[in-house]
Design a protein around this ligand. Sequence first.
Ligand code: GMT
Length: 380
Amino acid sequence: MNIGITCYPTYGGSGVVATELGTALAERGHSIHFISYALPMRLGDRFHENVTFHEVEISNYPLFDFPLYTLSLASKMVEVAKYEKLDIFHCHYAIPHAASAYLARQILGDQRVRVITTLHGTDITLVGLEPGFLPVVKFSIEQSDGVTAVSRFLREKTITNYGINKDIEVIPNFINTEKYRRRSDPALRSTCAPTGEKILVHTSNFRAVKRVQDVILIYDQVRRKVPSRLFLIGDGPERSQCELLARELGLQDGVRFFGKQIDFVNILSIADLFLMPSQSESFGLSALEAMACEVPVISSSVGGLPELQVHGETGFIAEFGDIDRMARYAIDLLTNPVKHKSFALAARKRAMDFEADKVVSLYEQYYQRILSASEVSVTP
Ligand code: GMT
């Protein structure tokens, strides 16, 4: 198939899923065309024979106070679809990609490119609900030929929040368990935790919904009982506040802010616990990455997290905001080596349920289903 994939190229789960999906499909022989305003972050480190990147240029004519990305993207989609004979536009994150794809499909007319929209999270639970976006989000989801959501939670939210009467296929996020696996590195471990401290990790885009301040407050309780260090990976609007909080609590020796990192399997491989106290999380891809590296997860109970991790087996789940309970769970696991080991192995086992190969096949089958439902011939 010839597939155009549009996603945010920046640090974030939806872009990671789109990029990993595209490269996996390319390895299966499909022709993949990424269409975005910059090279997707995880695409830059590899060359793929069947992958092409098409950059959307945004006009900055002085009349336009605001960049008209939605239109520039639609025009680029039309161009790529014509020249590359695309069968499908696969949009990751509805805003504004699904609207651009709708426009492009209308312009293309007879070429009948199918639009598939994958909903990832705040496009439905937060931003999409703003009055300035809602009618367009609802319309472009309804007009998509196929819609997928990364969890059952997100499918239900889409149906109830928008009153959408449309089949939404749940296709969960996935992980390459060969790449994401624990690799013992005693040298790194002793550099990062020289006196044998336990290592707690959190990775995110440091947006308010991730509650990174809660991560620091949990750690503040943990380190009183268990010698430990906290590693924070990622960056975003809350980072300065978090650095300030860590300093105010006198934690600067125990907390390390690594900033954005592309490949952090080595850090996950020396971690003892992953913290995800989010206020909103439709799936929790970074928790899955940790689980694949045998790191138990302490998380909130929001959104799709209970569909991913099993309370009392792969980690623990607590009410969002219940810092004390999360800290107690963390201390319990960090002070019980036998229990910790069994949770670590269960986390890895659970992660295998989301193995990339299986889930990429689900997407492939879904593409075929959408194409055949609309009686279109597929290019090989
Ligand atoms: O929805 C967002 O704010 C951004 C998006 C992203 O690009 O990281 O995150 C969502 O998509 C991820 C990949 O499907 C999920 O793992 C995250 O749970 C989800 N974030 C939220 O729901 C807050």
